[in-house]
Design a binder for this molecule. Structure first.
Ligand SMILES: Nc1nc2c(ncn2[C@@H]2O[C@H](COP(=O)(O)OP(=O)(O)OP(=O)(O)O)[C@@H](O)[C@H]2O)c(=O)[nH]1
Ligand SMILES: [Mg+2]
Length: 211
């Protein structure tokens, strides 16, 4: 027989397709009070943040994607199954954006990250190119701030199996050797279930008291 203690600790599995756009925020100071655990999706411009979110939600087209870097310029908030708030951050490091605009994006991302009560940051890195210096800077900054993050390698369908394994190793080493990126492909659905499980664990289960 289950005791009431154990029943209390059984959490409802997230039903990912039950995701709705909540709102866009231009200024982190105007971030709404939403009483849900929060995770953020960070990474270079064009790395595949919005596409990965669509794959996670199982809802093609809910998050706007683009071939042109710099598509996401606001903080876009998504309510997942009334259990979790996922924040799509503007991509940084778009070389062709005016310096002033780039600075504005970085300030916005940092200001959000400093103030948010975050459970986890998904740190997206293109399996072919990452981590770049700007990614390493953000990672250092997350570490200093004690913000938990998990590396996610995007666009894994662009490399063959062997090359993929080799790149994942190189990426792990470049980030200090502790965390190995989860290989994903939003196009092929690769790694999406694993990422969902990691999010569910980090958000709801890690801090549960052991009963
Ligand atoms: N081959 C492949 N291409 C992908 C994948 N995910 C995204 N892309 C492509 O990469 C480009 C950028 O995707 P987005 O999801 O808009 O990237 P983003 O990081 O949200 O971009 P910004 O909002 O501009 O920072 C688009 O052309 C996508 O079709 C993937 O898993 N595989
Ligand atoms: Mg985007």
């Amino acid at each position: 027989m289950q005791t009431s203690d154990t029943t209390d600790n059984v959490l409802k599995a997230i039903h990912w397709p039950n995701t709705n756009f909540a709102q866009s925020v231009a200024d982190p100071k105007e971030f709404p009070e939403i009483d849900l655990p929060q995770i953020a999706v960070a990474g270079h411009s064009n790395v595949g943040k919005s596409s990965l979110m669509n794959a996670l939600f199982g809802r093609n087209g809910l998050v706007k994607t683009s071939k042109n870097p710099g598509c996401t310029r606001l903080l876009n908030l998504f309510d997942v199954d009334d259990q979790l708030l996922v924040v799509d951050l503007p991509g940084y490091g778009y070389a062709r954006a005016p310096k002033k605009e780039q600075k504005r994006w970085i300030n916005m991302i940092e200001s959000y990250l400093v103030n948010a009560d975050l459970k986890l940051v998904l740190m997206l890195l293109d399996i072919r190119h990452g981590p770049k210096d700007s990614d390493l800077q953000l990672i250092e900054w997350l570490n200093e701030g004690g913000i938990r993050w998990v590396p996610v390698a995007t666009k894994a369908d662009k490399l063959s199996g062997n090359k993929r394994g080799q790149r994942l190793k190189e990426m792990t080493e470049a980030m200090g050797g502790l965390l190995s990126p989860i290989p994903t492909s939003s196009f092929k659905g690769m790694g999406i279930d694993k990422l969902r499980a990691v999010i569910q664990h980090e958000t709801f289960e890690r801090n549960q008291p052991i009963s």
